[in-house]
Write a protein that binds this ligand. Structure first.
Ligand SMILES: O=C(O)CCC(=O)C(=O)O
Ligand SMILES: [Fe+2]
Length: 352
């Protein structure tokens, strides 16, 4: 997609990996992937094979849940340590000017509902308590069809994410099973987001109005479905924010921090945010669903030796995925600044 500048979110048709494409067709996809991941870290994905009725089911489930009244939705809030259930909007600070204090995530006005893979999905693993927290059981709200529709979407997004990691291995010229050791009992979370203000709310904005503050995603890769409504913005290598709208039928895909670590920043986790435009003094509702493919809590992530050039030294120390996720979630949920994110915050402050 072009927005009048040199910034572009490349479109990749992953069909040859979804169906059994020829070796030459797959090699072309892998080469396009390497190029997109080096230059942008954000992509439009076509040929993913997700049936239309599964997309429609997801949208219907999102509408049904977020359409409940506020009090009913709050019944589905879960303890802060569990990345599950309902997150209410922080609408009370809407009119605040964010100024340069962009790290103040309490201004984010999205509401969300999270589900994910649970310990019961991986009966063969035995993780100590702090690690097991990443695999909390799901709560399903009492909304007809919600569990069924969301589970169908989850399975499709998971399949697409796994296909992408196979393409990544080829694109990096590394063994096809590269990600298997990191994802056998992966932390996988689907976050359904609703950006909306109550009907008729006029917004008094004396600064920036942010639906979801700028961030990189934490894991390996994110598969994102979103309404074709403006709001999502991506920070380009030119230091400017660019609007990104999904093409009809496309899924958006972006790399997370763990992939930047694994590739020693040959590929980057791209900064993005949601900043819905004001239309007639308010915002138009926008829905999205982000599937985070985050890897095994106890796996250790460090720059892959096979990718380091002789003159290159690792930019990151080894961390477990648990340590990495914990530091990031503490930042976004408890407002504790994540001291490990220096490399990412330097890029935000450089944005114009
Ligand atoms: O709503 C969107 O398009 C983006 C959501 C997002 O970045 C996230 O949930 O991490
Ligand atoms: Fe994100």
């Amino acid at each position: 997609m072009q927005d009048g500048t040199d910034f572009e979110v490349p479109t990749i048709d992953i069909g040859p990996y979804v169906r059994s494409g020829s070796a030459a067709d797959r090699a072309a996809v892998a080469a396009a992937m390497d190029d997109a991941c080096r230059r942008v870290g954000f992509m439009q994905i076509q040929g993913h094979g997700v049936p239309d009725d599964v997309v429609a089911g997801l949208a219907a489930a999102i509408d049904a849940f977020f359409g409940l009244d506020a009090e009913e939705k709050r019944r589905w809030v879960r303890p802060p340590g569990e990345n599950r259930g309902y997150t209410p909007p922080r609408s009370e600070s809407l009119s605040l000017s964010l100024g340069v204090e962009q790290a103040s995530r309490m201004n984010d006005f999205f509401e969300a509902y999270n589900v994910g893979r649970s310990l019961s999905d991986y009966p063969w693993i035995d993780l100590p308590e702090p690690l097991a927290e990443h695999y909390a059981e799901n709560t399903w709200p009492a909304v007809p069809g919600f569990e069924q529709h969301v589970s169908a979407w989850f399975a499709e997004a998971e399949r697409v994410a796994e296909t992408l990691t196979r393409i990544f291995a080829d694109a990096l010229g590394l063994p096809a099973d590269l990600f298997d050791d990191l994802t056998g009992h992966g932390i996988k979370v689907l976050r359904m987001n609703n950006y909306a203000l109550p009907e008729g709310t006029a917004v008094e904005v004396d600064g920036d109005l942010v639906g979801m503050g700028e961030h990189t995603d934490y894991g390996i890769v994110t598969v994102l479905w979103a309404d074709r409504e403006p709001g999502l913005q991506v920070l380009g290598r030119d230091g400017a924010w660019h609007d990104v709208l999904p093409e009809p039928g496309a899924l958006l895909v972006n790399l997370g921090d763990l992939t930047a670590r694994l590739t020693n920043e040959r590929w980057m986790s791209t900064l993005h945010r949601v900043k819905p435009p004001l239309v007639g003094g308010t915002i138009r509702r926008r829905r999205s669903a982000a599937f985070f493919h985050d890897g095994d809590a106890d796996a250790v992530v460090a720059p892959l030796a096979g990718l380091l050039e002789p003159h290159e030294s690792p930019l990151y120390d080894p961390v477990t995925i648990d340590q990495h996720m914990r530091a990031k979630l503490a930042g976004s949920r408890a407002g504790v600044r994540n001291a490990d994110a220096v490399r990412e915050s330097a890029r935000v402050l450089g944005a114009v």
